[in-house]
Write a protein that binds this ligand. Sequence first.
Ligand code: ADP
Ligand code: MG
Length: 244
Amino acid sequence: MKLELKGITKRFGTFTANDSIDLVVEPGKVHALLGENGAGKSTLMNVLFGLYVADEGEVLLDGKPADFDGPGDAMAAGIGMVHQHFMLVPPFTVAENVMLGHEQVKGAAKLLDLEAARAKVKEISDRFKFDVDPDAVIEDLPVGAQQRVEIIKALSRDAKILILDEPTAVLTPQETDELLSIVKDLRDAGTAVVLITHKLREVQAVADTITVIRRGKVVGTAEPTASQAELASLMVGRDVSMTV
Ligand code: ADP
Ligand code: MG
């Protein structure tokens, strides 16, 4: 599914967090959204996920205008989001969490039976080698595995576009490498992955296309072959080649 954001503007009072942002995300690609803290990345994704209503602009899915009245609509349309802070219930099992995650989805494709949820977790975990046991209790799992549960939740809802908001911020270096490998596998399976980050190494490692935002505006796009100095200069808005 192809996603287009056109002229998205989001204001908080008099502050403009997103200023007429254009973004195109293609299926089977990793699209990095690169920007410093406070650049407006999460705000843009919250608009896309139906959590915020844009003041201006539109979201198109396969060319058709999408009007999301909350995350339930976004999920039903095939958009999945893994937030910086996981939305899991710690004392519940993986399968229970996946099942709960379906209550918000509007329309079809609901998974409201625990046996069906266990089977779905196993199927997705096996397909992408996530090594997640459907009956494990969330609070007993390392952070990297909890994050894979969030990804399973999204995939179990048939997400075609997966937004990962600063996914490596909470991970160890080894978990980070594992996640980047998962991102490539998801991409190869046809998912459009939006990777939000301010870490240049990650962008270079997995991105197919890069959009850089600064102070709420798109300030440029870059190829994955761009150097860290080029990316950093775009991100902060001045030449930082001497310091990288
Ligand atoms: P990023 O994800 O790139 O770090 P955010 O999108 O979270 O940035 O935030 C962009 C700007 O918008 C920041 O200055 C932040 O303080 C502001 N902001 C974000 N959410 C809100 C909100 N709900 N109310 C007011 N200001 C907000
Ligand atoms: Mg953010």
